[in-house]
Ligand binder design. Sequence first.
Ligand SMILES: [Fe+2]
Length: 149
Amino acid sequence: MARVAALLDEWAGAMAVTARERDRWSRAAWLHDALRDAPAADELAHGPAAAERAARDGETDPGVLDAVRYHSVGLAGWDDVGRMLYLADYLEPGRRFDRERRAALAARVPAERDAVLRDVARSRIQRTVGSDWPLAPETVGFWNALVAG
Ligand SMILES: [Fe+2]
């Protein structure tokens, strides 16, 4: 989570967002994988569980809660915090696969956020489809919103 938070903080600086927005990105980063290693947490369940716990602990920003809840699948109705967390979760440097390609994408985020977002979503969806895993309805809606412009 520290690497995700650090990457979001770097982007927030490069993109000159407000202090309030930077704080929303930071909260989403620290909340999103709070239950990743809890017993019975799986890839699809840990986002919703983390969002419920964040709400219980007093997080009230709907954009931050939706960022956390859907960070593994995507959501058409996301505002910037959801989009940025989705990018950081995939592009953070600690993941072992595709290191050079992901580092290049991460460097492009401040200037070309939406193009990189589409690229990342395409990669993630291709992996899901290529593994014969089902797509969540939220993922389909997210992709359709991205390609609709
Ligand atoms: Fe996660």
